[in-house]
Design a protein around this ligand. Structure first.
Ligand code: NIG
Ligand code: FE
Length: 402
């Protein structure tokens, strides 16, 4: 078995509170770690590092865990920049554009969809995403949703069935018929292809009773639960997510004190999507209040063609810091370990011993540069499965540039 020493790390964020400074960020200076068999095998001071077969000298750079993007809608065709332009000119978002992407996605060939997914996954990976969740939700037929889940499975194991994204046009006058399809044949076909089920439970989408019916049916088929909640209006979706033990309630733009308390007292992660709020010019979710109440917060791109065509987690971190009042460290934790919690994964989002060795070498001495230099390209992504082949520039070139 080959071992690799990653060394001369100026600032190492492990997200393991038993390491380093004892904070949630588990931070060490002048650090090193050993990768063996794709896992972190040792972490400590560079001066105390064991001998290894190969070495990656990062020359004083900051190293952080790979980002865990726990909410994306990557399987789609077409684009909706005209809606973005209209919103920037003052028109509000109401969810109505989903039907346009449904029409474009239904009309696309599997090859077109596959290359779109590959391009978006490539962009996210180059920006530091090493674990990704991908939802269906833009075909809304039994075979179409199954096709999109199969495509999502080419990118990740964290696949979510979102047949309840909106009521498709052919069921516009028969909501009950679409609910019966969702909870019957479509779920039957899609459950074996997914790990999670999600519902867009909001004004103009699915109501609480409908969401409960879909989620309970999905749970009885063995799927874990997630929920698009309180994006457009305040309602009972957050409390439904908590009541059903969902892994995550997402968006959360409109929350009252009861929602904050419910999330704080639960294992449901509050997954925030500041890219969507930026791109729809909406109010940002009350991230500071969620953290102060004691909720676990994750940050995600929500990458989709309608509300958040965002493929940069660094941009999401910068928004969370500048617009939502998170500290740089809270935003980094939420984009890594918080995302892992939202997917109920223990071996990603941190660099403690035993973790998958997915890590980012930053072209910067401190992780705070992710928010401090918005728009800068700072990340070289290393995946455990290919430890010797970084996805971006080799470190020697980046060190020379620094
Ligand atoms: O997460 N809110 C629901 N779904 C997506 C948007 C979908 C679309 O407009 O195409 C979201 O924002
Ligand atoms: Fe979404």
């Amino acid at each position: 078995m080959t071992s690799t020493l990653v060394t001369r790390i100026g600032e190492l964020t492990t997200n393991d509170p038993t390491l380093g400074d004892g904070t949630a960020l588990g931070r060490l200076g002048s650090a090193a770690f050993v990768v063996e068999d794709g896992r972190v095998a040792w972490v400590g001071s560079a001066s105390a590092a064991p001998e290894c077969d190969t070495r990656l000298d990062v020359a004083g750079a900051a190293v952080v865990p790979g980002f865990v993007d726990s909410h994306t809608h990557l399987v789609f065709a077409g684009e909706r920049s005209d809606e973005f332009e209209a919103r920037m000119a003052g028109r509000p978002y109401d969810g109505g554009g989903i039907a346009r992407t449904v029409a474009a996605t239904r009309a696309a060939s599997a090859d077109e969809l596959r290359s779109g997914v590959a391009a978006r996954v490539g962009a996210l990976r180059a920006g530091g995403v090493t674990t990704i969740e991908v939802k269906s939700g833009y075909e809304l037929t039994t075979e179409g949703e199954a096709r999109d889940l199969e495509l999502a499975r080419t990118a990740t194991e964290q696949v979510t069935w979102l047949g309840a994204h909106t009521v498709p046009p052919e069921y516009a006058h028969d909501r009950a018929g679409y609910l019966a399809l969702l909870t019957g044949p479509m779920l039957e076909r899609c459950a074996p292809l997914a790990r999670w089920a999600d519902v867009f439970c909001d004004r103009g989408a699915f109501d609480l009773d409908e969401a409960r019916a879909v989620l309970e049916a999905a749970r009885s088929r063995g799927l874990g639960l997630r929920l698009h909640a309180n994006q457009l209006a305040h309602g009972g979706a957050v409390r439904l997510a908590v009541e059903l033990g969902a892994a995550s309630a997402d968006h959360l733009t409109h929350l009252d004190e009861g929602d904050l308390e419910a999330l704080a007292g639960s294992s449901t992660v509050a997954t925030l999507t500041p890219g969507a709020e930026f791109c729809t010019r909406s109010a940002y979710a009350p991230a500071r209040r969620l953290l102060d109440a004691g909720a676990t917060v994750a940050l995600s791109t929500d990458c989709n063609p309608g509300t958040s065509y965002v493929t940069s987690m660094a941009f999401v971190i910068a928004l969370a810091v500048r617009e939502m009042g998170l500290t740089c460290d809270e935003a980094l934790w939420s984009a890594t370990r918080g995302g892992a919690r939202a997917l109920r994964l223990d071996d990603v989002g941190h660099l403690g011993v035993g973790a998958r060795a997915d890590f980012l070498v930053l072209d910067a001495p401190r992780a705070a540069h992710l928010a401090y230099r918005p728009g800068a390209d700072l990340v070289t992504t290393h995946l455990a499965s290919v430890p010797s082949r970084p996805l971006r520039h080799p470190p020697s070139r980046r060190s020379a540039e620094r």
